[in-house]
Design a protein around this ligand. Structure first.
Ligand code: TRP
Ligand code: SF4
Length: 399
């Protein structure tokens, strides 16, 4: 019914690192040539946890957008915009809040998790509870059915789907839908009408999926009802009516686990990152200082790459020839650890080179970035306005 559309976002929390590049941005760059894509700076979301220190948000936003551009996100293909500059996000969030049960939000696994993890902050706020609902608004505003996210965000895409369903159910009915549907049930005729009712009740009250299947088969078999009635009865089965907001699904990024400098997943909280545009000297130093197999105390001690975080980076940056050379040289003490690290250093620097080049014009002239974002916000708003028009109409706010 709607064309496939991708929406994703990132909170502006500071400069991005190579983990973001491998885990997220490479995927965005691929998607932008396959679908209509909207990439959003989730600054309202950043405020849900950083409301006590807003000083970094603006700089983080511009740094992050430059990192996106550096990684190859192309404003000629994708729409890059800032959430708070499209006020319809806040508006749809409010609209959806009317029909979102509190229990759905309290049940989201990240909710209690994060409150515990960030115990030093007071996250007992309304805004933080509403985090997934705001995310649902982000997605539904663009009728984005495809949402590229990591594993941790899947529950947020799921709740988005449930909210869309509920919205369509509550507001998506044509005038007199229930009545028309009930009339249509009678038209199926005799025993079959009664069976349809029974199956519908079993599905709606007990979630019995087999009952749903049987009822669908029954409808498909009923020759004596009109096309319109049949569609109504399909919708009535699931409690649906007209679809205003499409149901979204996560597009799971193929697990590109980017190891950090200590062998754990690269993450700011582990302090083991290399930033996307880190200067060559610092990259070299960080990799040279990486821990290695603890058994290799002296140059003459043999080691085991499996016990060394540098080896994990070779998986990302080296071809099989180099990896054979490492395996062999490490186990026989034929190479030193600094020799071994050099191809990784070279690999990281080579990966960063085009990113520096792409970032350069934006660093020289920041108005370029601002104008890309201004265009993006404009384009995003056009879509957002149209969705809100339909949402408001369905909610009786059609003045
Ligand atoms: N919650 C997401 C994260 O922390 C960021 C985000 C906000 C997002 N709105 C979104 C992601 C909409 C996908 C779609 O990573
Ligand atoms: Fe690690 Fe390479 Fe040193 Fe072996 S030679 S311990 S793989 S850095």
């Amino acid at each position: 019914m709607y064309p496939d559309r991708v929406l994703s976002g990132m909170r502006p929390t500071g400069k991005l690192h190579l983990g973001h590049h491998h885990g997220v941005l490479r995927n965005w760059v691929k998607l932008q040539s396959e679908y209509e894509c909207f990439f959003m700076v989730a600054d309202w979301h950043a405020l849900t946890t950083s409301y006590d220190d807003v000083s970094i948000i603006e700089k983080s936003t511009w740094d992050m957008v430059i990192d996106w551009l550096a990684a190859g996100v192309d404003p000629a293909q994708a729409t890059i915009f800032i959430q708070s500059r499209v006020p319809e996000h806040a508006e749809l969030h409010l609209a959806l809040s009317m029909i979102t049960p509190l229990s759905w939000l309290e049940r989201v696994p990240t909710y209690k998790d994060q409150i515990e993890k960030m115990a030093h902050k007071d996250l007992g706020t309304y805004g933080f509870l509403g985090y997934p609902l705001l995310q649902a608004a982000d997605i539904l505003l663009y009728r984005g059915n495809l949402v590229p996210v990591g594993e941790d965000q899947v529950p947020h895409v799921e709740i988005t789907r449930e909210i869309a369903r509920r919205f369509n159910h509550v507001f998506g009915k044509e005038p007199g839908f229930e009545e028309k549907a009930r009339d249509a049930v009678k038209k199926i005729g005799g025993k079959k009408s009664k069976l349809y009712e029974e199956l519908r009740t079993r599905y709606q009250q007990e979630g019995d999926v087999e009952a749903l299947e049987s009822a669908r088969a029954l409808l498909a078999d009923s020759q004596n009802i009109s096309h319109g009635d049949r569609e109504r009865l399909f919708g009535y089965l699931e409690g649906g009516g007209k679809m205003i907001l499409p149901e979204s699904q996560p597009l799971l990024t193929e697990a590109a686990r980017m190891p950090g400098l200590d062998g754990n997943k690269m993450s700011k909280s582990y302090n083991n990152t290399i930033s996307l545009r880190e200067d060559a000297e610092s990259v070299t130093k960080k990799i040279r200082q990486m821990p290695t197999d603890p058994a290799r105390v002296r140059r003459t001690d043999a080691g085991d790459p499996e016990k060394c975080p540098v080896w994990q980076l070779h998986q990302v940056y080296s071809d099989s020839n180099v990896r054979d050379w490492v395996m062999q040289g490490c186990k026989s003490a034929g190479i030193g650890c600094l020799d071994c690290k050099q191809p990784v250093i070279d690999g990281v620097l080579a990966e960063q080179k085009p990113m520096f080049e792409r970032a350069q014009p934006y660093l020289e002239d920041p108005t370029l970035v601002k104008s890309i974002v201004a265009d993006g916000c404009e384009r995003a708003r056009e879509v957002a306005r149209e969705t809100m028009r339909e949402v408001k109409e369905a909610m009786g706010l059609n003045y």
